[in-house]
Design a protein around this ligand. Structure first.
Ligand SMILES: CC(C)(COP(=O)(O)OP(=O)(O)OC[C@H]1O[C@@H](n2cnc3c(N)ncnc32)[C@H](O)[C@@H]1OP(=O)(O)O)[C@@H](O)C(=O)NCCC(=O)NCCS
Length: 178
């Protein structure tokens, strides 16, 4: 499978539609679903069990991330995966000293293209484009594929918010220092 990885500063209207379709299709693989979130970097909702799913899908989430920087995975010019990141983002976690990083907010790869290194290459692209800078992200504690990729790129665990996404599911912040 010949997957091409490209950096895209500003998405075309057609690409925005493709990103929306991917968000909608894989919304519920995220914990909690993207359609229950108000932001890609603020507090995760649902800790108290009070999760409100938007029936229209991850509209709020889409409208936020569509303005970030994108790294795209293309197969025959079709988007089969992406990672978004916010440049020079101040990562502020309660109880920890804030720091500035290239903040990877969201990644999806379609199931048929998983396990071929696309996510690994998204991070490689961001790291190589930003020499000397920190790269950071957050995910949930059971996201083995993501955690595996972070370890391979030398990310370190920065903060753990215990049971932040429900019983036994922590929010974990990772940093790769520049
Ligand atoms: C997470 C996701 C983006 C990974 O994309 P991908 O292109 O398949 O990732 P890669 O191929 O670069 O790397 C995945 C690595 O994790 C490993 N992996 C996959 N599932 C695993 C598991 N359950 N346990 C341990 N390792 C696992 C793969 O073997 C691979 O490692 P390898 O290169 O050493 O073989 C994709 O699974 C996805 O879209 N998931 C749903 C949405 C999601 O969770 N997004 C991230 C949320 S923050």
């Amino acid at each position: 499978m010949d997957i091409k990885i490209i950096f895209q500063d500003v998405l075309t209207e057609g690409q925005k539609k493709e990103i929306w379709e991917l968000l909608k299709a894989y919304d519920h693989e995220f914990v909690p679903p993207l359609s229950a979130r108000n932001s890609a970097f603020k507090k995760i909702p649902g800790k108290d069990g009070n999760l409100v799913i938007n029936e229209e899908g991850p509209v709020v989430y889409f409208n936020e991330i569509i303005n970030y920087k994108f790294v795209l995975a293309l197969l025959d010019e079709k988007i089969v995966g992406f990672m978004t990141y916010i440049p020079n983002h101040t990562v502020a976690v309660e109880g920890y000293e804030p720091f500035v990083a290239e903040y990877a907010s969201t990644a999806i790869v379609t199931p048929e293209c998983r396990g071929q290194g696309a996510m690994k290459r998204f991070y490689k692209e961001i790291i190589e484009r930003n020499p000397g800078k920190n790269v950071a992200t957050r995910t949930w504690s059971g996201n083995e594929a993501h955690l595996h990729v972070l370890a391979k790129h030398g990310f370190e665990l920065f903060a753990t918010l215990k049971d932040d996404r429900g019983p036994g599911i922590d929010t974990v912040y990772y940093i790769r220092r520049g």
